[in-house]
Design a protein. Structure first.
Length: 226
């Protein structure tokens, strides 16, 4: 497995995750994952206490992984190399102080050029998908805010920049479906357009380590610009 490394120092390694690669094993899975790449190339990060237990009984060590991208989402991801940096970055993700920017191709022509979606998310008791104000929700809804900026409009689709102010699971996918512009290829969240992948890309990531600011940008794959 090849995953491009776009930056590395003694504290972090920053990767450009391709679409189609899952972050870590899931129940009864056997495919290669980003964790496998890290085990081979950065084994020392797995001394960091960070693990999950799957329903199939396996314990999966995640090491310095502090955030995740969906299988079909490509783009920039940061991994901590030390315990101290792991906790520093994890706290920034929890506090939403890390700035993340995504590019997405969505169905239809988005009329407003710049706006904010402020719509709480939750799951229906019979559905695992995140939804805005679901009926019969599991527990309390969680605040979710996404900034939307139109970049280009073409035919019956729009290229948008999405800036999540909160970090809920599938937030961007659920929010774009909520405004009737699902992400192209995201069949689970209502897209009617077939695509080789979900057209969502993590393009920018900004954070601090100590007093030093870091910013990383990964250009979108060609299919986004075409």
């Amino acid at each position: 497995m090849y995953i491009p490394v776009i930056f590395e120092d003694t504290n972090i390694v920053v990767l450009n995750k391709p679409s189609g690669i899952v972050m870590h094993p899931f129940d009864n899975s056997t495919e290669e994952t980003l964790v496998d790449f890290l085990v081979v190339n950065y084994p020392d990060i797995f001394s960091i206490e960070n693990q999950i237990i799957l329903q199939d009984g396996r314990t999966i060590k995640l090491g310095g992984i502090v955030h995740k991208l969906d299988r079909e989402t490509s783009g920039v991801i940061v991994v901590a190399k030390t315990k101290e940096i792991f906790y520093e970055l994890r706290n920034q993700f929890i506090n939403h102080s890390i700035e993340k920017t995504y590019l997405a191709v969505v169905e239809g022509i988005v009329k407003e050029d710049n706006f904010v979606i402020d719509a709480p998310l939750g799951r229906n008791k019979k559905d695992y998908k995140q939804q805005v104000n679901p009926t019969n929700p599991r527990g309390e809804l969680r605040s979710a805010i996404t900034g939307v900026e139109v970049i280009t409009k073409k035919d019956n689709s729009t290229l948008v920049k999405l800036t999540p102010k909160t970090g809920r699971t599938h937030q961007l996918r659920a929010h774009m479906t909520y405004i009737m512009h699902p992400i192209v290829g995201d069949i689970v969240y209502g897209s009617k357009i077939q695509s080789e992948r979900i057209m969502l890309h993590a393009s920018n990531l900004k954070f601090k380590i100590g007093d030093k600011n870091f910013e990383f940008k990964v250009e979108a794959p060609d299919e986004f610009l075409n």
